[in-house]
Design a protein around this ligand. Structure first.
Ligand code: ARG
Length: 458
């Protein structure tokens, strides 16, 4: 098959080489962006009188037909035409005749492919932001129902201090809000129009770059043609933003796997987002959570692929850059499906009534409160910590805990204990006393719920 660039070639391309160098199998997903970019470019060429209005209309008519062919599944991609750009251009020439060849005036595939990816990531980035909002809203709803549910907070995976389940869930919403902000910031650098850079040097044609930017809704145009065709920072940023998001989801998934185990038994996942075992009839496995946790790995891999692809790459365009697409596409797909499934998994899950006696298995969850109590009575905190430590040791030795140790026993350890100590160290009063901005006290958690509700509904 004759290639659009075949002028200086005498021999045909090896078929294996054709297969090797083709990106059409994956970059065809850019078709709508490629066509939108071409229509804008063509409108600009006519406006600047580089091609005639008649030619421009013919070309745009052809491009719109090609779009329909893609949408109805009729477009036949050809490996021998390498990529989406040449497939569309060749089809255009078949449809409208040699005038189709005028479309590529003042343009190169090097700036064209950058435009396509920018348009694609701009759209997908906005989709990801919407999916994050939806998930954060679901979590906020669950959190609002659990402003009275006390759970142990952990450090080192050991029971540490009592906290509200709502507070724990809000921690994940904070992460998601940051992910959203990061994506919005990334979108600023995606949203730059590179066309007009041509192969690398710019173009001699009297084009109007700002007009193309306006047609395609770009607030900015690139400032350096060499940078514009070789820059993939925006894709790296996108993959990095998603990698961080997936890291957050993986942490949450880990907790969901734990919480739904019979050892914890805090959470019942719906049958729709779990699977059974082909050998052990009793099993209900938290596959959705496990898979999202697992899929975070490929998004790190994609980020690493892009960074490695770009490392030491000389200016300007190099064919290596064709390898950027699959990691980007995979990152987009993984982020979207993970956010969607995560949302459904949470929506359909049921938090169980967590009996308080199960919360405080060790009986020492409020040891820090005991130390605080002594400190409030004037004991220096370090000494208060020491006395409480001795109390815990005494309890362990005598098979007691901070709830059933007697006042007499406490007095023997320190004269500073008053009768009000028992009221002071209940789980509830421990939680309620963390009444600092950002703390776990119910009214503080309610302040955050209200703030997040407002933020997420904007
Ligand atoms: N398919 C190519 C890519 O994805 C498009 C740009 C090709 N440019 C070139 N000079 N061969 O990077």
């Amino acid at each position: 098959m004759k290639k659009p660039w075949s002028g200086r070639f005498k021999q045909s391309t090896d078929t294996l080489m054709e297969e090797f160098s083709a990106s059409i199998s994956f970059d065809q997903r850019l078709y709508a962006y490629d066509i939108a970019g071409s229509i804008a470019h063509c409108q600009m060429l006519a406006k600047c009188k580089i091609i005639s209005q008649t030619d421009s209309k013919k070309i745009i008519g052809g491009l719109k037909r090609i779009l329909k062919e893609f949408e109805s599944g009729k477009f036949k991609c050809d490996d021998r035409l390498e990529d989406i750009h040449m497939n569309i251009e060749c089809r255009l020439t078949k449809l409208v005749g040699s005038v189709g060849g005028k479309l590529h005036t003042a343009r190169s595939r090097n700036d064209q492919v950058c435009l396509d990816i920018r348009l694609y990531l701009r759209n997908e980035g906005q989709e990801v932001v919407k999916l994050i909002t939806a998930l954060a809203k679901t979590l906020l709803e669950v959190a609002s129902k659990h402003t009275d549910t006390i759970i142990p907070g952990f450090t080192h995976m050991q029971q540490a201090q009592p906290i509200l389940l709502a507070h724990h869930l809000l921690a994940y919403i904070e992460m998601l809000v940051r992910d959203q902000e990061r994506m919005q910031d990334t979108l600023k650098r995606i949203n730059i129009m590179p066309l007009g850079s041509a192969a690398l040097a710019g173009t001699g044609f009297p084009i109007d770059r700002k007009y193309v930017a306006k047609l395609l809704n770009f607030p900015k145009i690139s400032h350096n043609s060499i940078d514009a065709v070789s820059d993939r920072d925006f894709s790296i940023e996108f993959c990095s933003t998603v990698a961080i998001l997936m890291m957050h989801l993986s942490r949450f998934c880990e907790e969901i796997v734990l919480w739904s185990s019979s050892e914890f038994d805090w959470l019942e996942l719906s049958d729709s987002y779990t699977t059974g075992s082909s050998i052990m009839p009793q099993k209900k496995n938290p596959d959705a959570a496990e898979l999202i946790r697992g899929k975070s790995a490929r998004t790190y891999g994609n980020l690493m692929s892009l960074l490695t692809l770009m490392k030491s790459l000389p200016l300007a365009y190099n064919k290596d850059l064709q390898e950027d697409k699959e990691p980007i596409f995979d990152t987009v797909d993984t982020a979207k499906i993970s956010l969607l499934i995560f949302n459904r998994m949470i929506k359909s899950a049921r938090f169980k009534k967590i009996p308080l006696h199960r919360v405080d298995i060790s009986g020492f969850l409020t040891a820090t409160d005991m130390a605080d109590y002594l400190a409030e009575k004037g004991v220096p905190f370090r000494l208060a910590h020491e006395i409480t430590g001795q109390t815990v040791a005494y309890c362990i030795k005598n098979k007691k805990n901070l709830e059933n140790i007697t006042f007499k026993e406490l007095k023997n350890i320190s004269s500073k204990f008053g009768k009000d100590i028992f009221e002071y160290i209940t789980l509830f009063s421990s939680v309620q006393r963390k009444n600092v901005y950002g703390g776990t006290a119910k009214n503080q958690v309610e302040v955050q719920i209200a703030r997040l509700k407002k933020k997420l509904n904007n």
